[in-house]
Design a binder for this molecule. Structure first.
Ligand SMILES: C[S@@+](CC[C@H](N)C(=O)[O-])C[C@H]1O[C@@H](n2cnc3c(N)ncnc32)[C@H](O)[C@@H]1O
Length: 257
């Protein structure tokens, strides 16, 4: 998948509200090792490095494009690494993941794996978009069904309707409890964004949900796909103002000392 940092940053402010809520849920304690999974361009990793100056903070991402941009984030206790978060190695006091776990399938297995990389007393803190039932994602899947052959025989990728691995807050809480977690918080919240009509919705999804689709198509295919998606979105949202009620799930838990 090819990520485009500029496209992702079009909505930087709207995308930073949930991470502020996530950071407010992280218990204040002395973390010595922190990892930010799917760190992207690293702004939030830098926030963690400044918040925990005594900790070694690592930003992990598999996208070379995002990591290249992350090099601009500088702190003495911060470094970045290329890798797959589902294959995490090492032990950490704080495992942080903002808007990244939704790209990895099978969250019961993923959480179990991440848990084994938490030190005793350590904290897991994650935020995942839970918007897969929204018309923006349903219409993306409908569009993809018309492009199934060009997409390699499938129509559901990443965070699209029918493909998202994201679970309910209650299910995350149960999983964390089953792992032995304490101080569990799991909640769902709407983070609304006001967009300029259906084109605004495309600009938003281009930064995330559309990435796995556009990555699988050549340039003319991308243009045809976007035109077909735009047509569906425009029929559903003909007005100039779209109130995009974007749902996200946040969860935190501590591994007992
Ligand atoms: C929506 S961006 C979020 C970036 C950043 N955490 C933020 O909040 O701004 C998702 C990031 O997850 C990364 N990602 C997706 N799957 C991954 C995986 N299996 N391992 C590591 N990084 C992954 C992508 O490369 C991308 O940078």
């Amino acid at each position: 998948m090819t990520w485009n940092p500029d496209q992702y940053h079009l909505f930087r402010e709207a995308r930073s509200a949930p991470v502020r809520d996530l950071h407010a849920l992280i218990p204040d304690q002395a973390y010595a090792s922190v990892i930010d999974l799917g760190c992207g361009t690293g702004e939030h990793t830098l926030t963690l490095a400044r918040r925990y100056p005594q900790a070694q903070v690592t930003g992990l991402d598999q996208s070379a494009e995002m990591l290249e941009r992350a090099q601009a984030q500088q702190a003495p206790n911060l470094h970045f690494l290329q890798g797959d978060l589902s294959q995490l190695t090492g032990q950490y006091d704080l495992i942080h993941a903002n808007a990244s776990l939704q790209w990895v399938p099978d969250h019961p297995t993923l959480l179990t794996h991440l848990w084994t990389h938490l030190n005793p007393g350590g904290v897991l803190a994650a935020q995942v978009p839970a918007n897969h039932d929204h018309p923006s994602h349903r219409l993306l899947t409908d569009t993809a069904l018309d492009f199934q052959d060009e997409l390699g025989g499938d129509a559901r990728f990443g965070t699209a309707h029918g493909a998202s691995p994201v679970l309910s807050p209650a299910r995350y809480a149960e999983l964390l409890d089953a792992l032995g977690g304490t101080d569990i918080t799991a909640l769902s919240k709407i983070y609304p964004v006001v967009l300029n009509g259906s084109d605004g919705l495309i600009d938003w999804t281009k930064g995330t949900a559309l990435v796995p689709y556009l990555s699988r198509l050549d340039e003319p295919g991308q243009q045809r796909f976007l035109a077909a998606y735009r047509k569906r979105l425009h029929a559903a949202y003909p007005g100039e103002r779209v109130y995009y009620a974007f749902t996200r799930t946040l969860f935190t838990a501590r591994r007992p000392a």
